[in-house]
Design a protein around this ligand. Structure first.
Ligand SMILES: Cc1cc2nc3c(=O)[nH]c(=O)nc-3n(C[C@H](O)[C@H](O)[C@H](O)COP(=O)(O)OP(=O)(O)OC[C@H]3O[C@@H](n4cnc5c(N)ncnc54)[C@H](O)[C@@H]3O)c2cc1C
Length: 386
């Protein structure tokens, strides 16, 4: 067993950290507060090959895995620039198309994912189908006698739709063989006639915006169906574990950023003559937050390894990593705010700005409660509770 990263992984970590430092948390906050996008950062990260690290080499990518993409996610966030769209476009959409797309779909989409010039949002959640994805009602029907489709339905909380060329939409179809409904994924251009989006007003400091989507009989070609008629549920599952792992990496990065700020503040702020870090009431919560973040980072590395190695433990490991990181980041940011006293709530100190983004990590893409349901049932063998 070797816990050291390879030389290439360490070099990637350092290079991404340098890029994040060049932009900094101030840039990210300013863009978010103005309702503007972080296009320059995305473009540069793409051109440097960081967004395409996990895309196969034959389509122009780095040929790495989710391990490398998790490093990119974590280091951008640790540098104060968490990019939510990485957990959607390179982590879900590119993985799904690389693993389950037809050769034509791979040739069309993967080169753009490799250099970041293509971005794709992902839509599974619906007003009555969040934790319970079995409830989705968005439906694609075969369009007459041709090989095309008609898509109708509604999605919500879909991130970054305004930044993306297309949305990977999970919809029900009627299985051609059995006649039974089953989920399938469609690549839907964001400018397709009948595709409408409405921004949801959110209480998060984040350059990525959230949308409700409406599909009103959207006409799609036959090749919009990912993997063609034969792609089953495996196509969808190919993207969900990478999403959990990269969200966990993103969360540990946010936690590291907040803790770094708090640590510096604890060493320099004096109230009674000595730095406040002298008080164990300040030092111990910081030490605890550090331990929890390190445990979460280990869980992320293990989950990424399991996914990249096709190990049977990947689903459980991804859930555990997501749980651990979600809890660790909330505590790390909360501790950082407390360490800063009143300054913890000021934009200038750059920790309060992370509060809501950290809090989301307990809710999305799968909530803490649904992970505990999974672990109780599948890891512990307890009866299904719902
Ligand atoms: C910032 C943000 C970005 C997002 N981006 C995307 C995106 O890009 N694409 C996308 O498809 N979705 C996205 N989502 C949606 C996200 O995946 C859902 O919010 C999440 O899956 C939870 O679903 P819900 O909000 O409908 O909560 P609900 O399912 O309504 O759950 C509400 C509460 O009840 C609990 N609960 C539900 N069922 C059970 C049960 N059986 N046992 C115990 N507790 C239970 C949940 O844990 C939760 O605490 C995003 C959400 C946010 C906040």
């Amino acid at each position: 067993m070797d816990f050291r990263e390879t030389d290439e992984q360490r070099a990637l970590r350092a290079a991404v950290a340098a890029l994040a430092a060049k932009y900094g948390h101030g840039y990210w906050v300013e863009r978010a507060k103005r309702g503007e996008r972080t296009d320059e950062l995305w473009r540069e990260a793409g051109q440097l090959g960081y967004l395409g690290v996990a895309v196969p080499e034959r389509y122009g990518g780095g040929g790495g895995g989710i391990t490398e993409l998790a490093i990119v996610c974590e280091e951008l966030a640790a540098g104060g620039c968490p990019l939510l769209l990485i957990v959607v476009s390179p982590a879900i959409a590119a993985t799904v198309i690389a693993k389950s797309g037809t050769e034509e779909q791979r040739k069309t989409w993967l080169p753009g994912f490799a250099d970041g010039s293509t971005r794709m949002s992902f839509a599974i959640t619906e007003p009555d189908a969040g934790s319970n994805a079995h409830n989705i009602t968005t439906t694609a029907r075969r369009d007459g006698d041709g090989d095309g489709w008609r898509l109708s339905g509604r999605k919500y909380y879909i991130s970054g739709v305004d930044e993306t060329d297309a949305t990977l939409v999970v919809a029900r179809i009627e299985d051609a063989r059995t006649g039974k409904p089953r989920p399938a994924m469609f690549i839907v251009p964001t400018d397709a006639p009948g595709y409408e989006r409405h921004e949801i007003s959110m209480e998060i400091t984040s350059p990525e915006r959230q949308y409700t989507l409406f599909f009103d009989d959207v006409k799609l070609p036959g090749d919009a169906l990912v993997g063609g008629e034969d792609a089953g549920l495996a196509a969808l599952f190919a993207g969900l574990n990478p999403e959990r792992i990269t969200v966990a990496a993103y969360a540990t990065g946010i936690g590291r950023h907040a803790l770094g700020k708090a640590n510096e503040y604890a060493r320099t702020r004096t109230v009674w003559g000595d730095p406040i870090g002298t008080h164990q009431a300040i030092a111990h919560p910081l030490a605890k937050a550090h331990v929890e973040l390190e445990l979460a980072r280990l869980a992320v590395q293990r989950a990424a390894w399991a996914y990249d190695s096709d190990d049977a433990s990947a689903a459980e490991a991804a859930n555990i990593a997501k749980y651990a990181a979600g809890e660790a980041v909330i505590n790390a940011v909360d501790t950082a705010v407390q360490t800063h006293g009143g300054n913890g709530m000021a934009t200038e100190y750059g920790v309060g700005t992370l509060w809501a983004a950290a809090r989301v990590a307990r809710i999305a893409p799968i909530s803490r409660e649904m992970i505990l349901n999974f672990v109780a049932q599948h890891s512990l063998g307890l009866p299904k509770s719902y």
